[in-house]
Write a protein that binds this ligand. Structure first.
Ligand code: NAP
Length: 340
């Protein structure tokens, strides 16, 4: 049983890997197969474009450059309304056809997504679609990164340096760390960004790397105790982090916004540890209770810290090129959302 909608179903698809501007196209999506056991069909209203989605489309960190004859629909999270469910799929879930949900699942950039009912997150009425579409990947990543970073140390650190602090993930990491009374030293690229961040999320130190001598500012703020850096930039920032960290310190890498090669020269003589953290291993790395807590935290942050999700931009599918450009635009103020 399903509800009907007047809007035509569409999907964003690519048939080869490459630059998103070149390879993505918008198509009508007409061939729906019957739902499999345990699946639901969600009519999507909003989906976010993460920088990582564009990296996957470009096969940036994969070896393959193969064609995809059947087409691949990108996207990793979205918000919508449940339109249909396989028999019994929603039993005992408290969710019904017509419920507004968020979900984390591949192929999120299409009007109709079939996915396991277990992946659904029911949304309270006071969280808009625009905010709900930004919640899951970034909050889960932020919690996962902090868990990995803190558990890699013997004792709670006096200070944590966070790079890419103005990024969407960086802002959620800051919310969590500040809530936990951890002293955060946040790095952004410009004074303008530092000022904006201090307005929406005050706390700790915010230092901009456009100023000469920013490294000294970090050392001063850390008072000589810097055992953990959480890095979303990569590239030349890695060498800087290597110089800043205490001997036997740890760098947790969650992002590669710079995209350039990294110099690990200081890691050997200082006995530093480099640890990658990815949402790709979240389910394997965490217990179901922690996963539920991560999702509950996402809902809670949406309610208590709505400013973290402001500054987003919503694009229609006919404006897909502009949406892709906005993902890595200078002075980006918030996330980029697609409207279905
Ligand atoms: N590990 C995972 O599972 C996972 C999950 C989600 C995201 N990520 C990664 O985390 C990173 C951040 O993602 P996001 O969606 O939060 O990013 P975002 O919101 O698009 O971040 C944009 C901000 O980051 C800063 N930035 C951009 N390029 C930079 C550069 N080259 N050097 C320093 N700062 C730069 C800029 O802020 P200022 O100029 O104001 O400083 C920019 O406004 C990405 O690399 C993404 O792929 C990883």
């Amino acid at each position: 049983m399903g509800t009907s909608s007047q809007k035509p179903a569409r999907r964003i698809v690519h048939y080869r890997f490459g630059d998103a501007q070149d390879v993505l196209r918008v198509e009508d999506a007409v061939h729906l197969s019957p739902l499999k056991a345990g699946q639901v069909r969600v009519r999507v209203t909003r989906s976010i474009i993460h920088p990582g989605d564009l990296q996957l489309i470009a096969a940036k960190y994969l070896q393959t450059r193969a064609e995809i004859p059947e087409g691949r629909v990108p996207g990793s999270e979205a918000v919508g309304i449940i339109e249909e469910a396989a028999p019994g799929a929603l039993d005992g879930s408290g969710i019904a056809i017509g419920t507004r949900v968020a979900f984390l699942a591949p192929g999120a950039w299409q009007s109709l997504v079939d996915l396991p009912a277990a992946a659904l997150v029911a949304l309270p009425d006071d969280i808009s679609d625009d905010v709900a579409a930004q919640l899951l990947v970034n909050t889960i990543t932020a919690r996962h990164v902090l868990r990995i970073g803190l558990s890699s140390l013997g004792a709670r650190p006096d200070n944590i340096v966070l790079t890419a602090a103005a990024s969407a993930v960086g802002k959620v990491i800051a919310v969590l760390a500040l809530r936990d009374s951890l002293h955060l030293i946040r790095l952004v690229r410009s004074l303008e960004s530092a000022t904006r961040l201090a307005e929406i999320l005050p706390g700790g130190d915010i230092i901009h790397t456009a100023s000469t001598g920013w490294q000294e500012e970090v050392r001063r703020a850390a008072e000589g105790d810097l055992r953990l850096v959480i890095d979303g930039v990569g590239g030349p920032m890695v060498a800087e982090i290597g110089r800043l960290l205490n001997t036997q310190g740890t760098m947790v890498s969650f992002g590669l916004l710079d995209g350039g090669p990294a110099d690990l020269t200081m890691f050997l003589p200082k006995g530093l540890t480099l640890r990658g953290a990815t949402i790709g291993t979240w389910q394997a790395d965490t217990r179901p209770e922690e996963q539920a807590q991560d999702i509950a935290t996402a809902i809670d942050i949406a309610r208590t810290e709505p400013q973290v999700f402001d500054g987003f931009r919503v694009f229609d599918l006919f404006d897909l090129g502009a949406a892709i450009t906005a993902v890595a635009a200078p002075k980006k103020s918030g996330n980029v959302l697609l409207k279905f």
